[in-house]
Design a protein around this ligand. Structure first.
Ligand code: FMN
Length: 322
């Protein structure tokens, strides 16, 4: 797949996940062949005010590229300024969030609220498109009405405004994450536009991804929750797409990934903060495995990198013995 001038090496995309898809997490996805990684959503207002915390969310290194940085906001001038900052940061593409339905975001006119104000959204998209040279994408939901008409309208509008690709998470704004994603809408969007369409929602296994490709004709699949603690979802999908057997994930591979994640997070935010974060996050990698509860409990008071490495090694030994 190609998005504007950027060639995506593969057919998978890591979904933006607020509070989760920081640089160390994205590196795990890239190491498993994910074709395009996305930052978590970044406030255009925060960039406008020069908030150091917000600016840090754009932290990137060459090894994770191509990187898409997602922003949210609604004011066209502020969005243009934020888009320029993202482009200047070295991001390979800019994504605008049209799907977030959290109250705090929607009440400012951003996220999914953009889907019910197509005229304003069109003006904003044109202004952003004119301001940057890197590819521009949007990520939408079904909209506010379950018919999907808003999604079709916004996707066509985006294409007319020069947007280079659209990601579709086919749940309504009021649905949150309940019920099932309605993949038939991805198919309808794919038929309605000629730019690449990235399908998203409820992919948990490589077989799910194949079903989404088959039933929707989408150009790539985007995976969010299933990648949390399981970056091998990307290598599994790539294998399945090419008709190869999906490789087994061994305990040793999980231990290596946990160790890498720990070390990268320590490097990124410092040992003390990283250890607090790892108390819940290392457990992600043990989901569904024997002794996962015991491993998670052992992390409650984690306070140093050395201690974390010990716990990881101990869990590895437990897994190998069972
Ligand atoms: C914890 C969490 C954070 C999310 N943050 C964002 C975000 O920052 N931007 C965005 O466009 N979507 C966000 N989403 C939605 C996901 O990108 C994705 O559309 C959704 O989870 C459906 O895909 P999945 O079934 O593969 O998880 C978030 C979802 C979750 C669960």
């Amino acid at each position: 797949m190609r998005i504007g001038s950027v060639v995506i090496p593969g057919s998978t995309v890591l979904a933006p996940l607020a509070g989760i898809t920081h640089l160390p997490f994205r590196l795990l996805a890239r190491a498993q062949g994910c074709g395009l990684v996305c930052s978590e959503m970044i406030s255009a207002n925060g960039l406008h005010h020069g908030s150091p915390k917000t600016i840090r969310l754009m932290e990137s290194i060459a090894g994770e590229k191509p990187l898409s940085v997602q922003i949210f906001g609604s004011d066209p001038d502020i969005m243009v300024e934020a888009a320029r900052r993202v482009a200047a940061s070295g991001a390979d593409m800019l994504d605008i969030n049209f799907g977030c339905s959290v109250r705090k975001v929607v009440k400012t006119g951003a996220g999914a609220a953009l889907m019910r104000r197509p005229e304003d959204s069109g003006r904003m998209l044109r202004a952003v498109r004119a301001a940057i040279d890197i590819p521009l994408t949007i990520k939408i939901r079904t909209g506010w009405d379950p018919s999907g008409d808003e999604a079709l309208f916004i996707a066509r509008l985006a294409q007319d405004c020069g947007v280079d690709a659209v990601a579709v998470h086919p749940r309504t704004a009021t649905q949150g994450f309940g019920g099932c994603a309605d993949w038939s809408l991805i198919h309808r969007v794919k038929r309605a536009v000629s730019i690449p369409v990235i399908g998203n929602g409820d992919i948990e296994t490589p077989e799910d991804a194949l079903r989404m490709f088959d039933s929707t004709g989408c150009d790539a699949v985007m995976v969010g929750r299933a990648a949390i603690g399981y970056p091998w979802i990307f290598s599994g999908i790539e294998a399945a797409v090419h008709g190869r057997p999906v490789p087994d994930v061994t305990p040793a591979m999980r231990i290596t990934a946990m160790t890498r994640y720990l070390n990268d997070v320590v490097r990124s935010i410092g040992e003390a903060h990283a250890c607090r974060m790892m108390r819940s996050r290392l457990g992600w990698f043990a989901k569904g495995l024997p002794h996962a509860g015991q491993f998670r409990a052992s992390l409650h008071h984690l306070s140093s990198r050395e201690e974390a490495l010990d716990k990881i090694a101990g869990y590895g030994a437990l897994l190998s013995a069972s």
